[in-house]
Design a protein around this ligand. Structure first.
Ligand code: CA
Length: 393
């Protein structure tokens, strides 16, 4: 047999086995859903004939915010086309966005930027069957408990009659509508802003989804009038250990350490702030405020939050970032990020989790290692740093 057929046969066997296990799991889940109080006819109508979707698992293993460099991500997220389309969307929905901003205290440019990143202003809301995607992810081991909860919530939405199963479409991960709400977020935070008695986030009309996003950010503590962050310049001789999410200072105190905006001015007093250097000492730097953490409630990737914040600033008329990026660096692969975390932990710089996500704990571990070998402790997990770790282990 030619190798290609052997490979295809193995892949097919894998999918067939997944489908067998999936069908058994689905029967058990159906019983749990009814036990949880969702009406039996709704549960069986929604789950009857649902099949495992291998494409969903493939997508789950390859999320773009975590496999691109931040500059590649921002190039797409805040492209000229997305800025131009955002200005059109802002003007098209201006009346609704102004009312939403007045009611929830969330900047309309931020709401519009989330809309722009989540669905290209409603253009790509996702056409996958949400029940099928969530059932596949709930059956898969990686985040089974989380997705089983979301699947339960999706059934609750159907049970409440807010939408039909057929119209309940979304992304591969079960995120729905203009601003990609997960079912759990929908139940807790979606609002009927246009007053027609339904919380409609799936259809062509965006207003309920936009208000739901503003309500979501407001409920998580959005501070009216506060920016997500401000681009800054790091002075010569800066102690890079201070560029840490846990080190909070007022803009005036940062200014006393030489940290100013890119025009050389003291950053206005928007509250306590930390310094974020997504690509270390070689890349652009930001002073970030509490609203940064509110945006992380949508997606915890720094690249995503900076993308939303910067797109909002550009929609408001602001300019491009002035700082550059280490364009010669590539992103670490999934396996390399695992290796990086394993090597750091083995050397006594505990990353707490080996999950391939470069979050604050991994950044602090990188920083600890850098300081121990006399490198600038900027926390940047670059290919060069991984090489250095390989030499050290
Ligand atoms: Ca409505």
């Amino acid at each position: 047999m030619r190798l290609i057929w052997v490979v295809l046969a193995l892949v097919w066997t894998g999918v067939a086995q997944a489908q067998d296990g999936f069908s058994e799991w689905l029967v058990e889940f159906e019983a749990r859903a009814v036990e949880a109080g969702i009406s039996a006819p709704v549960v069986s109508a929604a789950l009857n004939g649902v099949t495992y979707d291998p494409e969903v698992i493939k997508r789950d293993r390859n999320q773009s915010e975590f496999t691109k460099t931040i500059w590649d991500y921002l190039g797409t997220a805040v492209s000229d086309a997305r800025i131009a389309n955002g200005r059109k969307a802002l003007s098209r929905e201006q009346a609704a966005l102004d009312r939403i901003e007045a009611q929830y205290g969330v900047d309309k440019h931020i709401v519009t930027a989330i809309w722009g990143l989540e669905s290209a202003y409603g253009t790509f809301r996702g056409s996958k069957d949400v029940i099928r995607s969530l059932a596949t992810l709930a059956f898969d081991a990686r985040r089974a408990a989380f997705f089983e909860g979301q699947l339960m919530d999706a059934l609750r939405i159907l049970d409440a009659g807010d939408v039909s199963a057929r119209a309940m479409t979304g992304s591969w991960a079960g995120a729905m509508g203009h601003t990609q709400f997960m079912p759990g977020s929908y139940l807790s935070y979606a609002v009927d802003f246009d007053g027609d008695g339904k919380r409609s986030i799936w259809g062509d009309v965006a207003v309920d989804a936009l208000a739901s996003t503003a309500n979501y950010l407001s409920e998580f503590g959005w501070v009216t009038g506060q920016p997500w962050g401000v681009e800054i310049k790091i002075p010569d001789g800066f102690d890079y250990r201070l560029a840490d999410r846990d080190v909070l200072k007022s803009p005036a105190d940062w200014a006393a350490l030489g940290v100013l905006d890119v025009a050389g001015r003291v950053v206005p007093d928007h509250g306590m702030a930390s310094i974020l250097l997504p690509a270390g000492a070689q890349g652009a730097g930001f002073m970030i405020f509490d609203n940064f953490a509110v945006l992380e409630r949508y997606n915890t990737a720094d690249a995503y939050v900076i993308g939303v914040g910067h797109l909002a600033d550009r929609l408001r008329g602001g300019g491009a970032f002035e700082g550059g990026w280490p364009l010669g660096d590539r992103a670490l692969s999934f396996d390399e990020r695992i290796e990086l975390q394993e090597r750091l932990t083995a050397l006594g710089f505990d990353t707490q989790k080996i999950d391939a996500k470069i979050g604050p704990l991994t950044i602090n571990a990188v920083r600890g290692f850098q300081a121990s070998v006399g490198l600038v402790p900027d926390g940047y997990a670059s290919p060069a740093l991984l090489e250095r770790l390989r030499d050290a282990n």
